[in-house]
Design a protein. Structure first.
Length: 174
């Protein structure tokens, strides 16, 4: 069989195709792994350990953190805030009585009553402040701005024993 015979050319093609497949699969795997890792890896602001968020069902601090996180996300897109979601979150997390009082406060002050501001914070933290009467108080610290020009607002969120928010204020009920 010479190098120009049809059998030799088919064998040569098979080897070339097989080598191409091995190369493609090898390259595909090697390029997919870093791509997948970069898609799922959170952006690193510093050389600190990866960020972690956890919660517990039924825990007051987790419930308030869930509310504030979702509420802020609903307004994060300034061009197209999701006011329907924000209203649904208020209905789910706030007592009806407090929702009415909050609406009156907002009308009087011209600010969002949940955030106590006209804009959306860049960061927030939520921490336990202990039992208050039949409820529980949670401290929410909202950070507005960035860099050296930040403003922090500390809010005290009072949650009743059935896990509904009954008050948000700038002073502690304790």
């Amino acid at each position: 069989m010479n190098s120009k015979s049809p059998a030799h050319r088919r064998t040569g093609r098979r080897v070339a195709v097989a080598a191409g497949l091995v190369l493609a699969v090898g390259l595909g795997v090697s390029t997919q792994v870093p791509a997948q890792a970069s898609v799922h890896a959170p952006a690193k602001a510093s050389a600190a350990a990866p960020q972690s968020v956890s919660g517990t069902t039924g825990q007051v601090v987790t419930r308030v953190a869930d509310f504030y996180g979702a509420y802020i996300d609903a307004f994060h897109d300034y061009a197209d805030p999701d006011v329907t979601l924000a209203a649904a979150l208020r209905k789910h997390y706030l007592t009806p009585d407090f929702a009415r009082r909050l609406a009156a406060w907002e009308k009087e002050n011209g600010e969002d009553g949940v955030l106590r501001a006209q804009n959306v914070p860049a960061k927030w933290t939520v921490g336990d402040n202990g039992a208050v009467g039949n409820g529980h108080e949670v401290v929410v610290t909202l950070t507005f701005g960035s860099g050296e020009t930040t403003t922090k607002i500390k809010l005290f969120v009072l949650v009743e024993r059935y896990n509904h928010i009954v008050d948000i204020g700038t002073t502690s009920a304790r």
